[in-house]
Each structure stands twice: as C-alpha cells, then as structure tokens.
Ligand binder design. Structure first.
Ligand code: FAD
Length: 314
C-alpha cells in the first residue's frame, strides 16, 4: 500500500522505521534479524537507505596503490524486495540523484516496480569523494525536485526513451524536510520554498530530518502550512546511543542538541542510553498527544532502544 493511504487509514499511532543496508560483504541476516524484532509492532512501512559509490585506495603486493570505486553499502533494492515479499511489510526505497544517471534511476525504478514496491523516498544525496563521469548521451538529476519529475512522468508511462507497450508505474513519493533547515540553505524560509518545489513537482508526503526538540518540528509544520505545503509531514526521530553522538550528530546531520539533554548525558555518561531513551520517550509522547499519526525512527542497524521506547508508549 502507498504510504499516503496508510496514513489516511490509520486508526491508531503508527511507528515506522528506517534501516541501512549492511556493509559490503556482510549478510542480509543482519537486516532480517532486525525486521523480526520490529515485526511485533506491525510496522506500517520500513525505509531502506541508499548509498552512492565512494573511492578507496588499495595497496597491491608490488607496493603500487590503486584507486578503486565501490558502493560501501549495496543492496537497497534487494533488501526492499526481501522486506516487501518475505515479511509482507510495505517498503520505501530511497532513491538518490547523486551518483546515478537518470537512466540508472529508471532501471532501478523498473526493478522496484517488479518487486511490488510502491513507495520511493526521492533524495538528492550528499557529496561523495568520487565524482562519477557521465556519458554525453546520459543525463542526471541535480535536485530532488527533478528526480520527482522523472518519477511522476513514469506515472503517465513516460520513460526516458519512447518504449513500445510500456506501462505506467505509479509510485507514492516521499521527500526529505529539515525542521532546522538543510545545511546548504541560507535560511529556513528559503529551504521551505525549495521544499514546496518538491511538493509542487508531485511529492506526496515529507519525512523530517531528526530533531531533538519538538518545538523545531511544530514550527516547521506551521511554516510549511503557511507556505501552502499541505501534504503529511512525518516526524523523524533518532535515539542517541553513546556520548560520541553528542558531537557526531550535529556534525553530520546539522541538528542542534538541547542544552538540557547534553547536560544530563555529560554529567552521567555511564547512563547515556537510559537518559536518551527517556528523552526519546518524552518526544514521542508529546508528538502523539499533539495528534501526530506516525513517528518515524532512524533505527539504522540497531533497534533495541527504539523497541524499549515503543513498548513504554504502548
Ligand atoms: P534537495 O531537496 O534537492 O535540496 C538540497 C539543497 O538544495 C537544499 O539546501 C535545498 O534548499 C536546495 N535546493 C533544492 N532545490 C533547489 C533549487 N531548485 N535551486 C536552488 N536550491 C535548491 N542521503 C543518502 O545519501 N541516502 C539516504 O538514504 C538518505 N536518506 C535520507 C532520509 C531522510 C528522511 C533525510 C531527511 C535525509 C536523507 N539523506 C540521505 C540525506 C540527504 O540526501 C541530504 O540531506 C542531501 O544533502 C539533501 O537531500 P534532499 O533530497 O533534501 O535535497
């Protein structure tokens, strides 16, 4: 089912999850174990992240160092297929602009459609240490709004090249939103205008970047509504796991950590997990009390703390 239909039909609070493909060479069992743990909550949908190729350097036996290009975390499409068809849970495949040509994207969408996957989170992606060369005859999407246009065209059966007997592919399209603004945007207002471009291009819903103070989410929703963005806005939450996260999360995700949360953890670092769980629980309860229909958890590859939180809410 499409995410927007799931949200429309929701009779009780929903908890959705986002997982990350295992590193290259690792088994898919890592993922199936997590899904088995999460199944008890009847997840309405599970997102699977996507990653572009990176350059790495390998020293050969003769001492020569060779540059190689690889995808550190391959397998988004395969994992989506397993979750959708083995576990019967709706899956949202993340699809990126950066690192992929439009032609590769079209092929990926065809494969997802074959697997019965009806939901895409359309993203630009971030810079990689490897700039992929693009053939003159191929094209790329620069912003997520262009990727959305490509996916929307497929709803009408418009493929890059005219194909005989081609059938339309109807995906529900989610996009990213940033309650504390995207790091490249000069201000939140400009970022929301760019978010509106994505919605006007055909995005059906928004999932937010993680935030640790709900006031950022409520303010963001108000500003989006004022800007004429009327699609559902699903809050995304991440639960801090260790003290290193206090510097890692602001650095990589450009989010602010509330002074109170930081003080609590710094004054009692041994109990970081307990403090973070209580904080997350407080955020979830407040969101649900304010009428939020679905809370999305960035689980990545460890669901334990999230599971404890959901059990405490129920
Ligand atoms: P866009 O919407 O294209 O925006 C990027 C920047 O450009 C913003 O500052 C925006 O304001 C600006 N902009 C947009 N359109 C225009 C325009 N027409 N003219 C000028 N400026 C414009 N990354 C991954 O690599 N893999 C993942 O699986 C992944 N999953 C994510 C899931 C969620 C819920 C979120 C919030 C982020 C995720 N990301 C992921 C990170 C994301 O790729 C980065 O945050 C990226 O920098 C921006 O992606 P976007 O789709 O928001 O970009």
């Amino acid at each position: 089912m499409k995410v927007v239909e799931i949200l429309k039909n929701a009779k009780k609070p929903l908890f959705s999850f986002e997982i990350i493909p295992p590193a290259r060479g690792k088994s898919c069992n890592i993922i199936t174990d997590i899904i088995e743990e999460l199944q008890q909550f009847n997840p309405p949908f599970i997102d699977v992240t996507s990653h572009c190729s990176e350059a790495y350097y390998e020293e050969l036996e003769n001492g020569i160092v060779k540059k190689r290009i690889r995808k550190k975390r391959p397998g988004t499409i395969g994992i989506c297929g397993v979750i959708q068809n083995r576990f019967n849970i709706d899956t949202v495949a993340h699809v990126l602009c950066r690192g992929f040509t439009k032609e590769e994207t079209e092929d990926a969408l065809i494969e997802l459609n074959f697997l019965g996957i009806k939901n895409i989170l359309a993203l630009r992606g971030d810079g990689s240490n490897h700039e992929k060369k693009v053939d003159k005859c191929k094209s790329v999407n620069t912003y997520a709004s262009e990727l959305i246009e490509q996916i929307v065209a497929l709803r009408e059966g418009k493929y890059i090249e005219k194909l005989e007997d081609s059938e339309p592919m109807d995906f529900c399209i989610g996009v990213a939103g940033y309650p504390e603004k995207h790091f490249e945007s000069p201000n939140l207002k400009t970022d929301i205008q760019n978010l509106k471009l994505k919605v006007d291009a055909g995005a059906d819903y928004i999932v937010t970047q993680m935030f640790f103070d709900n006031k950022h989410y409520y303010n963001f929703v108000d500003l989006c509504r004022e800007a004429g963005i009327n699609v559902p806005i699903i809050p995304g939450l991440k639960i801090i796991k260790n003290v290193k996260h206090l510097s890692f999360l602001p650095k990589y995700f450009h989010v602010d950590l509330p002074e109170e949360l930081v003080n609590q953890i710094e004054s009692d670092p041994k109990n970081v997990k307990k403090i973070a769980k209580n904080w997350g629980l407080m955020q979830v309860k407040d969101l649900l009390e304010k009428g939020v229909k679905c809370v999305h958890f960035y689980v990545m590859n460890d669901a334990k703390m999230v599971i404890d939180i959901i059990k405490s809410v129920k």
